[in-house]
Write a new protein. Sequence first.
Length: 705
Amino acid sequence: MQRPTAPGPDSGWEGLDDLLRRLVRDAGPSGAMLFLLPPGGQVLQLAMVFGSSWHIVAPWARIGVDEAIPAAEAARERRLVWVGTPEELAAHYPRLRFVVPHDHAVAAAPIITGDAVWGTACLLWPAWHPAQLCPAELEAIDAFCRQAGPLLQQAAACNDPLLPTAEPRVLEPVRSHVPDRAEALAAYDFTARLPGALSMDLDGRVTFLSESAADLLGGCAADLLGARPWDELEWLSDPTFEDRFRAAVISRQPTVFAAVRPPDLRLSFQLYPDAFGISIHITPLAYDPAATTESSSTSSPGPAGAAALYHLMHLAATLTETVGVADVADRVADQLVPGFGAQGLVLMTVDEGRLRIVSHRGYTRAFLAHIDGEPLTSHTPRARALTTQTPAFFTSFAEYQRAYPDAVRYGDRNAWAFLPLIISRRPLGLLILSYDQARHFPPAERTILISLAGLIAQALDRARLYDAKHSLACTLQEGLLPQSLPSVPGLEVAARYLPAGHGMDIGGDFYDLIRCAEVGAAAAIGDVQGHDVQAAALMGQLRTAVHAHAAGGTDAGELLACTNRLLCDLNPGRFASCMYTYLDLIRHRALLATAGHLPPLIRRPDGSTGILRLPPGPLLGITPDADYTTVGIPIPPGTTLALYTDGLVESPGVDIDHAIADLVQQLARGRDDNMETVIDALLQHTEHAIPHTDDIALLLIHVKT
């Protein structure tokens, strides 16, 4: 076999650059983002940005494939996701709409080759885009995905996968015309004559300002060039200015607002965005005492800039979707490092008087091994911040070392924030952020970071409670389901149980295989209503009853009648379905009865496959005097029976009859007599065909030849 050749320069990052530029040219979005999914990964990582800046898109640096975000949904469901109106965005993706309130349309398309998903292309259009994508836009998106997939696949095949770095590649637009010297001078003269001309790039940094603009802003032109105005001018540090800038970048719509430069100079800011940046025209407004008073009251420095506030809201919205501690830890690490410019993060929880690391970014495991398990009684900034429940900020390593002479420094880290996670005056853990550059941590930033710590503490507290309940429930269910199936001469069996993946991940699905003397065996499968501890407990009682009656040789129909009377006597307020099969391995005959359960499937020795239609009996637990009919069928050597619960074939919007027929066809293809191979193929097929929302139990029984 010929070995794949290493990708050339045009088939690596440069090739992706060209493809994304072509996509933007042909589809015409105002912005684009490329997310890559490392092989075997569950987190989409932002790799490329067009039409925006890293400063704005940082909250989406890492997106779990299970999140309610168009880019994640496209990868998860392997389909194009289009959100054409603000109303649709708010209805289906409330977190995204809450964090990005500026109107825009979104398209997200998965990059797929075969069964592999390599990432997602996400495009943004201004709000005036039509409610549907046009054929040319659809073709451009499809062409990008068709070409990007093989490129990424080839790089991975050559053991040189394209992996995103800490910060994405920000692509600059290609200018259709480069002015000559005369044109450039004429443009400069024009802007110099125009009162209050100011230009900013997409990152918010000043690239040009006229002398009149500098005079109006009350700043030094040399200081403002290359800086963000809200960072340099205290009177513009109110989030309004940065928020209007973000709105113009995202929506591509001109916007106007007014602000007061102390003591009483009212200025109008007119923002005109395009793919290269923002042109701003600043003009003085007539003096208005009422407006001056109102504006002055809001122009004092707020608690933080708009970017920090958006990051805070984004993390708060993200944490509402987390479940367990590991989920919270991953989301916190994914959001805070890019969102707040940190180079390192450590999240620790308290466990029996010690600090244990649950998540980290920007550190080696070898370095963290020295602090993992640190006792709360130790004299370290970590233990002290938590025991005193007081945040600690160190603006430089010199300051850090003065407070803790034995402090160990990681690399060139030069600033730290130690934020205790407290809930109801009870310490839960500690969040540590570190920076390579000295950082002053002004009051506004400290306020934001302390608020973040409070949000994280609440999420961790809920997550720990969930994990405790989940562990208890899983332990209960594992104890009720068979740990292994008995070995029965003449039979080959395979079984699987898959939780629903929501709620507490437990339910009432069960299966069992029972040896009956030396000549037979019994198989049972069932489903108790509900997905909670009570459903699991009732499932255990039913399985025990079925097992006891089967061991005593009870007829199939009578066994279900006895189990039904037991359930009615227990009166749990729930019902259950059950399929019971007795396998006579001497006469090669099976006796079956059903209590409202889905029909079993059969594959005969000649390869013909079908559905066993049985007389339907009522569900268990409805009426105590119900009767159940026993049906006998031949099971010559080479026969395979498939018993399953409804989670395998049932889902909202899916026709269950079609799903069962599809399952029959898949069973027919599984001619390998190795039941473990066959059962894995069945589950893999249905996983791609049906979005599962319920528990799945599957039991395959093969009569050996």
